[in-house]
Each structure stands twice: as C-alpha cells, then as structure tokens.
Design a protein around this ligand. Sequence first.
Ligand SMILES: [Fe+2]
Ligand SMILES: [Fe+2]
Length: 188
Amino acid sequence: MRPTEILSNEHKVIKKMLEITSEVCERISSNEAVNPGHLKDIVLFFKGFADACHHGKEEEILFRELTDSGFPKEGGPVGAMLAEHVMGRKLIAEMASAAEDFGDGKEDAGVRFLQNAQQYIGLLSDHIHKEDNILFAMADQKLTSEQQDRILQRFKSFEHDDMGVGTHEEFLKLVERLEQEYLKQKTT
Ligand SMILES: [Fe+2]
Ligand SMILES: [Fe+2]
C-alpha cells in the first residue's frame, strides 16, 4: 500500500465523523436534546485522530519528504494544506470551548459549537478533496519507491511511538459508536 492510500483511508474515517458532526449540528439547530459527552467525543476525535495523528503524519512525514524533493514549502500546494491545518486547529479550539460550556449548560454554547463545527466541516471536506485529488496524485508521481518505503516505515513508528499502541483502534471504535447513534437510525 502506498503512503497516500493510508492517508486517503484515514480521510474516509474523518469524513464519516464530519457526517456525524453535521447530524449533531442539525439536532442542535432544531433544539433536540444532544448528549454533551458526544460533543466532547467529537472534539476528542478531531484533535486526536484528524489533527494529531493524521495531520501529524502529513506534516512531519509526507509533506517533509515532498519539500525535500523540491516542492515549495510556502505558496505551493503543501503550503496551502499547512495553512488549512492551522485554520482547522483554531476551529477545533473554538469547538472544544463550546463543548465544555455546553456541558455546563451555558446558553449560547450550542450555537457556538454549531457555527464553528459547520465552518470546520466545510474547511475539512474541501481540504480532503484537494489532497485526495491533487496533492496525493502529485506525491505518487514524484516520490520514488525508496522514498515511499521510508515514509511507510515512519508512519509505523509514528503510530507506535507518538500516538501509542491501540490509539488508532480506539478512535475507530469511537466513530462506530457515534455512527450507530446518529447515522444508522436515519436509514433504518
Ligand atoms: Fe491535510
Ligand atoms: Fe489529509
């Protein structure tokens, strides 16, 4: 498997959580009761899986290999993706604070969560689309098989040393649990 395939597979998991978040937002906007713990779970996932683990692998490993191979650090597609990661982090921080306040019963917390979450959904959906269809295709063309092997090795040690054994699986379970709660009921 190529490194970009691993990242695209992670995009599928992130997109599922964006779908769940969109449904949560819909419930908030129609004043349905939403478990405050679920807002915290969503934030935990975007912080831990989407940002620390997935964007971590992109920034520390794939993008670094690309810039070492001649891709510009600023202004080009890598620079654009890095800037969007930074924007995403700001929105997650806002969502985190709104989720805390929602748990404490503060009145405007639901709306704050919803507004920031909707921006985050838009930003990340578009970001993922650009990576899957443009940047990763460029990376596949540019990187030699030695570079791809080296990236795969680094991904493995990143998962093991930086994220910790079992962390990835825990996040997948979290998505499944929330999917059951928010998406499965819609189709049955
Ligand atoms: Fe990214
Ligand atoms: Fe990505």
